[in-house]
Design a protein around this ligand. Structure first.
Ligand code: GRF
Length: 217
């Protein structure tokens, strides 16, 4: 066995995706360990989820902007992730757009989970956008992060039905349950070296592990 694959998880919210990732690592379904959890929000739930699991977690002040990290904050985030020798940065409800220096520091090694079937409904409250638009199927997407917003090569998607009686809350809840399955599947495939990227297309190796169902259904 080589060194364990090390994850850095960044989030601003309640941390249910961190919990799903960390628990999948702990149970061996994802051959990786959560090396560090970082938040731009002091007291965010994600830091509580980390603490409950004895994972290293830190608040790093985001600086003077509202939607991105300022230069000093960006340096501090990258330095913290480098210090922990993180192999992959997993965004889990991180509410700031990552810019050039951060993207270059972890080129091709940042992933995100988004609560819609991209490229439909990028941006905020994607479940509400889906409901307002009247679509009958939505879902979630795990993708590599590039300089666009909710853009970048798609690794996996999972469909979720929209029901007539759905409210934004019930639909978001159903999408999150799908995220909690899809995100660990995709991270496991990356940790095992089972996917490759060709242009915009992410290709899954045929011989991938049978631990999970096909995340592309
Ligand atoms: C998720 O729904 C994810 O799709 C979006 O932010 C939310 C984070 O939720 N990017 P949590 O903090 O992981 O519970």
């Amino acid at each position: 066995m080589g060194n364990p694959f090390r994850l850095g998880v960044l989030g601003s919210g309640k941390g249910s995706n961190l919990a799903a990732l960390a628990d999948a690592c702990a149970s061996g379904r994802v051959p990786a360990q959560v090396a560090l959890v970082l938040s731009d929000v002091e007291g965010a739930g994600i830091l509580d989820r980390a603490r409950e699991r004895n994972l290293a977690g830190r608040f790093i002040p985001p600086g003077k902007f509202r939607t991105k990290l300022d230069e000093e904050a960006e340096k501090n985030f990258v330095a913290a992730l480098w210090a922990e020798r993180v192999d992959l940065v997993a965004l889990a409800g991180f509410m700031r757009v990552l810019k050039g220096d951060f993207l270059r520091a972890f080129e091709g090694r940042i992933v995100n989970v988004h609560p819609s079937l991209l490229p439909s409904f990028p941006g905020l409250e994607a479940w509400k956008q889906a409901l307002d638009h009247g679509v009958k199927v939505t879902g979630c997407t795990v993708h590599f992060v590039d300089a666009g917003v909710d853009a970048g090569p798609i690794i996996g998607q999972r469909a979720v039905p929209v029901r007539d009686e759905d409210t934004p809350e019930t639909l978001h809840q159903r999408i999150q349950e799908a995220e909690h399955e899809l995100y660990p599947q995709c991270v496991a495939a990356i940790a095992r070296g089972e996917i490759s990227v060709a242009g915009r297309r992410v290709v899954w190796r045929k011989s991938r592990s049978a631990d999970f169902a096909d995340p592309r259904r």
